[in-house]
Design a protein around this ligand. Sequence first.
Ligand SMILES: O=C(O)c1ccccc1NCC(=O)[C@H](O)[C@H](O)COP(=O)(O)O
Length: 411
Amino acid sequence: MSCRITTFTVSNPNCSKLWSKKTSIKAFCSFRSLRVSVSGYPRGIGNSLLHSSSNSRFRLAASLELHGMKNEILVATPPSDSVVVDELKNKEWEIGVLKDEIAAMQGIRIRRTPPTGPPAHYVGTFEFLQNEDNTPRNKLEEIVWTKYVEVKEMKEKNALSSLKKALDNAPPLRDFIGSLKESYLRTGSPGLIAEVKKASPSRGVLRENFHPVEVAKAYEKGGAACLSVLTDEKYFQGSFENLVAIRNAGVKCPLLCKEFIVDAWQLYYARTKGADAVLLIAAVLPDIDIKYMLKICRKIGLAALVEVHDENEMDRMLAIDGIELIGINNRNLETFEVDISNTKKLLEGERGEKLRQKNIIVVGESGLFTPADIAYVQEAGVKAILVGESIVKQEDPTKGIRDLFGKDISA
Ligand SMILES: O=C(O)c1ccccc1NCC(=O)[C@H](O)[C@H](O)COP(=O)(O)O
């Protein structure tokens, strides 16, 4: 597929002598990524604009027509010592775009990277100005794009090799799934994963005077089997400091690191910070990533809560071996619509049968406020629930748990 360049200017006088009237530019697209090649360029420099940039410095402004859309592109050639790094970044981005193509084939709508270029704040060889296709289509996609950049930066500060070494000193693992099962047997009600969550994109701030350790202790006192700790800062006002603080405060409930995992590096990071379990979202991760991440979780001892929201995601996860815990989210993370009948819908018929055959524990997630809600999802087949808003908002979260179940589940 080729693209037409409608205008270009060479704006750096230092390199203008390298250009002759004969110079022409072609742009090629593969998987919607862009390659620019230059002909009529002096010999020995090569005809790829990117590769030749190590020998000269110049800027090229071009307006490209791509898929019938105008894209304003600024190609800024950096000093030669950063060319390799930038080319690697571009390659990484191209791989991300390719992965998105594969994910789309599995019905995944969330794109991991902006399709027409790296995010606007990305500074590399290509700097694409914002256009419609480069804007996240919904909040979940925005969170994922932000997380992708965030994780890249974190990885630069904490190499995987150091994280692997740090695993030796990580706090001892607690049995996340075992605790849910034990609670279900003991209380006859779904085991509670109580969420330590200050705010959310759909509900804003849920608890003004938020003291994560106090909330965690109150949940434990109220009979929670496990805790879910939000670690995302930008959208949930959570943090890894909260996770560490709760762990260090002597809370015994196993901890789920509630994070948007887009890279296996995050699994190691979560473990070094004291997590016993992680969340893998099927709407975000293609099957190949889920399988790979499950393998790593097993290797480092983390339990994995695999979250689905619709039939397609449930069927994809039922086809993957080794999943022990599936969460059905009643909240659509693209629209924020909450409907607890989603849990029932996904547990009906063959799907429910298959889940039972595979001994998978199902967790009902989001939008649970009353004993009637708990009874409804339990009747549908869940043996555990994940609850945030209805209990974190209560002045006394211990009492919040009692009110939610309509009974004391602590004894
Ligand atoms: O809660 C949100 O607004 C949200 C937005 C985007 C992605 C994820 C989001 N929430 C994660 C959850 O699903 C909930 O925190 C969790 O299931 C508890 O739900 P709730 O009891 O309704 O607070």
